[in-house]
Design a protein around this ligand. Structure first.
Ligand code: BGP
Length: 488
C-alpha cells in the first residue's frame, strides 16, 4: 500500500475534472448523436427552484426535437473543448497535472446508443485527446457515462429502465477499452450513480411520465440495478482487455449530520447516509446490503433481478472508490426542509456552524475528513476524490486579473483535511478539482457558476470570445502540485 502518514505519497495524482457535456460543445459534429444532456435548457436563476435546471418530460423532448421551443442549450456549446483541447491541455500541463478526468460522450461513439458499428470520427477524437495528454505525461481518468445517455436509448427504450441497455453499454465499454487500452488505465463507470434517485432523466435517461403506473423510486432503483450489473460487466471487461486497468465507481457523497443529539435525529442521519452509501456498498462489496430490504419493503420497491446478476456483482467489485464532495447536509426530525440549491436530501436544514456558497451549498472542509475516514473504514479500498470545488461568481478587473481568493481558501481548507485523513491512515490515490477550467454548470446550465483556475470569456447566454485567462488560483494550484500538497 503506497501511502505515508505525513503528507501525500510521491505517486499522488493531482489534477482536474471535467465532463464531455459541460466542455466539448460540437454537440452534433462529426457524426455525434444527441445525448440526454444536450436537451437541458438554461433557466434563469429567478425561475428555478432546487439546483436541478429542469425535470424533463416527453412533451418537452418532442417540442425540442420539433424545434417548437427556442430555449438555449448551453451544454450544446460547452466551452468548445472539442476544438480547443490542445490549448486547454497545454494549460493543464502548465499547472503540472498528473491526471486529467474527462468523460467520453457515449453518443459520439454510438450516436443512437444501439448502433451496430461505432462512429470512427468519435473514436478518433478521443484518441487524439489521449495522445495529447500522453505528450505531457498526464494520465487520463475516464468516465464512461457522465449523465450522457444517448437520446436514442431514451426515445427507443426509455433509457436505463429497460434492461436491454446493459448490452449496449457493455458493447460501448468493450469498444473504448479495446481502442484506448494503450492510453487509459483509470476508468470510472457511472458519474454520481446515486443521482438517478433524485433525477431519473439525468442519471438514467428515463422519462418517468412514460411509466405512469410506477413511482419514481421504483423506476430509479430498478434502473440503477441495471447500471450496477452493467458496471460490474464493464469492470470484468476492463480487467480482461487492459491488464493494469483500475476501475472505480463514482458517488455524489452526501455526508449527512444530525442537527441535534436527539436519538431520532441520529437515526434519520444514519438512514440518509445509508441511502447514499448503498451505491458504493453494492459496487465495493458486490452485494445488496441488508438495510435496503427494509427501505424497499417500506416504499413498495421491488427490484427485479435476472438469474446470474448476483454472481456478476459478487465476482466483479470495483478496484477503488471515487466520489464528489462539495458540501455536507444536516437533517432533523424537528424542523422544516430547507429547499435550497444544495440540499438534495429530504428534510435537510441549514447547518448554523457553516458558511454557504453563492448557490447555497454548505461549505464543510472537515466534513471531507469525516467522509474519507468513513469510506476507508467501511471498504478498506483506495479512495479518489474526483470532484471538489467552489462554484462562484468571479469578477474580471480592469487589467484582466481575477482575484479568486475565496476559491483558494475553499480548496486550501479541503486539501488540509485530506492531509489529516491520510494521517488517519486513509489510502488516498488522488484529487481532481472540479472544473479546472470554467465550464457549463450541470445542475443549472449556467456559465456564471464558475469553478476554474482558468477563466473562460462566455456568459450564461453563450455570448463572449471564449478567451482563456488565468485566475489567481492558477499559480496557487500550480504550486500546490509542485510541492505535492506541502505548500498551501
Ligand atoms: C456534480 C457533477 C458535475 C458538476 C458538479 C458541480 O454533480 O458530477 O458534472 O457539474 O456537480 O455541480 P454544478 O455544475 O451544478 O455546480
Amino acid at each position: 500500500m503506497s501511502k505515508t502518514i505525513n503528507g501525500f505519497n510521491e505517486h499522488f495524482l493531482w489534477g482536474g475534472a471535467t465532463a464531455a457535456n459541460q466542455v466539448e460543445g460540437a454537440f452534433d459534429e462529426d457524426g455525434k448523436g444527441l445525448s440526454t444532456a444536450d436537451m437541458v435548457p438554461f433557466i434563469p436563476k429567478e425561475k428555478r427552484g432546487l439546483g436541478f435546471a429542469i425535470d424533463v418530460n416527453s412533451q418537452y423532448i418532442q417540442d425540442v426535437l420539433a424545434e417548437k421551443t427556442n430555449d438555449i442549450y448551453p451544454k450544446r456549446f460547452g466551452i468548445n473543448f472539442y476544438h480547443t483541447y490542445k490549448e486547454d491541455i497545454a494549460l493543464f500541463a502548465e499547472l503540472g497535472f498528473k491526471v486529467f478526468r474527462l468523460s467520453i460522450n457515449w453518443s459520439r461513439i454510438f450516436p443512437n446508443g444501439d448502433d451496430e458499428q461505432p462512429n470512427e470520427a468519435g473514436l478518433q477524437f478521443y484518441e487524439n485527446v489521449f495522445k495529447e495528454l500522453k505528450k505531457y505525461n498526464i494520465e487520463p481518468l475516464v468516465t464512461l457515462s457522465h449523465y450522457e445517455t444517448p437520446l436514442g436509448l431514451t426515445l427507443k427504450y426509455n433509457g436505463w429502465y429497460n434492461r436491454k441497455v446493459i448490452q449496449y453499454f457493455t458493447r460501448y465499454a468493450e469498444t473504448v477499452f479495446n481502442r484506448y487500452k494503450d492510453y487509459v488505465k483509470y476508468w470510472l463507470t457511472f458519474n454520481e450513480i446515486n443521482v438517478i434517485t433524485h433525477s431519473p432523466y439525468t442519471g438514467g435517461g428515463i422519462l418517468i411520465d412514460q411509466i405512469p403506473e410506477k413511482n419514481s423510486d421504483q423506476i430509479a432503483y430498478q434502473a440503477v440495478h441495471h447500471q450496477f450489473v452493467a458496471s460490474a460487466l464493464a469492470t470484468k471487461l476492463a480487467h480482461e482487455i487492459i491488464p493494469d486497468a483500475k476501475v472505480g465507481c463514482m458517488l455524489a457523497r452526501m455526508q449527512t449530520y444530525p442537527v441535534t443529539n436527539h436519538p431520532d435525529d441520529i437515526i434519520k442521519a444514519q438512514e440518509q447516509n445509508d441511502l447514499n452509501l448503498f451505491f458504493t456498498d453494492v459496487h465495493a462489496k458486490g452485494q445488496y446490503p441488508d438495510y435496503m430490504n427494509r427501505y424497499f419493503a417500506e416504499n413498495d420497491i421491488i427490484v427485479e433481478k435476472a438469474d446470474g446478476d448476483d454472481e456478476i456483482l459478487k465476482n466483479h467489485p470495483v478496484d477503488f472508490i471515487s466520489f464528489s464532495y462539495y458540501m455536507s447536509i444536516s437533517v432533523t426530525t424537528h424542523g422544516e426542509n430547507d429547499e435550497t440549491a444544495g440540499n438534495l436530501v429530504k428534510g435537510a436544514v441549514k447547518n448554523q456552524y457553516l458558511e454557504s456558497s453563492d448557490w447555497g451549498w454548505q461549505i464543510d472542509p472537515k466534513g471531507l475528513r469525516v467522509t474519507l475516514r468513513d469510506f476507508y473504514n467501511r471498504y478498506g479500498k483506495p479512495l479518489f476524490i474526483v470532484e471538489n470545488g467552489l462554484g462562484a461568481y468571479d469578477h474580471v478587473e480592469e487589467d484582466g486579473s481575477i482575484h479568486d481568493h475565496y476559491r483558494i481558501d475553499y480548496l486550501k481548507k479541503h486539501i488540509e483535511q485530506m492531509k489529516e485523513a491520510v494521517k488517519d491512515g486513509v489510502d488516498l490515490m488522488g484529487y481532481t478539482a472540479w472544473g479546472p477550467i470554467d465550464l457549463v454548470s450541470f445542475s443549472t446550465s449556467e456559465m456564471s457558476k464558475r469553478y476554474g483556475f482558468i477563466y473562460v470569456d462566455q456568459d450564461d447566454y453563450g455570448n463572449g470570445t471564449l478567451k482563456r485567462s488565468k485566475k489567481d488560483s492558477f499559480s496557487w494550484y500550480q504550486n500546490v502540485i509542485a510541492t505535492n500538497g506541502e505548500d498551501l
